[in-house]
Design a protein around this ligand. Structure first.
Ligand code: HEM
Length: 248
């Protein structure tokens, strides 16, 4: 059973993640968008979307730090276990709360606005449910166990198993002793990856990052004399001029 959960399932999910993206790109390039509903409702979106996205960036950064960087490396550069714990629990709680607040607003607007409710697909509902489950499980681990509870050093177990998946050497024994909420969260994380290509989350890979450094598009100069007015076709006819001769 533990081989199935901690070895087979992660690889099956990663395979679906890759194959799913290829399938989606080939079959639904026009659907490869955020499916924005900003035109239908913008009041709650204006607050919910930045909160959700900033929280998500923080949580992704925190996961990269906690799962990908070995404890031996942070200790080697002089960051003690205590300092790491304080930074991770503080950062994780702040970004997690932002994510929860943003997600709550995004879900609420689907209920309060009839127009948004009508354009909400089954896949959107599945995605919101999956996000909620992941966030509740993650926050339970961070807040209930690591902030107020007895604490659990996931860098010695979960993080080592997680990196092992990508080195093709996952050790299921590292996961069997982890608290249930962390076990469910880690399995949920891989299931979430398997769901990803079939949802609007594919827009993440098409984020318009080039907007940050592209030159401005100037539609009209702010300074300088206004351009000379072009003669109207009627004025051209009246003056007996050929239209071509008025072109500059
Ligand atoms: C296999 C993939 C994943 C693993 C192994 C994993 C592992 C963890 C661990 C160990 C924590 C506790 C961090 C701490 O207490 O400092 C955590 C927290 C959390 N996780 Fe994950 N996670 C995964 C995927 C995800 C995904 C896909 C989401 C969201 C969709 C997510 C959302 C959260 C949140 C909101 C928290 C609490 C705030 C924070 O610490 O950042 N996780 N996760």
């Amino acid at each position: 059973m533990s081989t199935l959960l901690w070895i087979a399932l992660p690889y099956a999910c990663l395979a679906v993640f890759v194959a799913g993206h290829v399938w989606r790109w080939r079959h639904d390039q026009f659907g490869w968008t955020t499916h924005t509903s900003q035109l239908l409702e913008s009041r709650l979106l204006r607050l919910g979307s930045p909160l959700f996205h900033l929280g998500a960036f923080g949580v992704i950064g925190g996961h990269a730090m906690g799962l990908l960087i070995p404890a031996t490396l942070t200790e080697a550069i002089g960051i003690s276990e205590h300092t790491y714990h304080v930074v991770s629990v503080t950062g994780g709680t702040i970004t997690g709360v932002m994510l929860v607040a943003g997600l709550a607003l995004l879900i609420a607007r689907r209920f309060v606005s009839g127009r948004i409710r009508r354009v909400t697909t089954t896949m959107d509902k599945v995605l919101y449910a999956a996000l909620t489950a992941m966030v509740v499980l993650g926050m339970s681990g961070t807040v209930v166990i690591n902030l107020f509870g007895e604490g659990y050093d996931y860098r010695e177990t979960i993080a080592v198993w997680f990196r092992g998946v990508f080195w093709f050497q996952p050790d299921p024994a590292l996961m069997t002793g982890a608290p249930l909420v962390f076990q469910l969260h880690a399995l949920g994380g891989f299931l979430f990856l398997a769901l990803w290509p079939f949802t609007r989350l594919v827009h993440v890979w098409s984020a318009p990052l080039a907007y940050l450094w592209r030159p401005y598009v100037v539609y009209r100069g702010r300074r300088g004399p206004a351009p000379a007015a072009q003669p109207t076709p009627a004025a051209v006819r009246e003056a007996g001029l050929h239209p071509a001769s008025t072109r500059r």
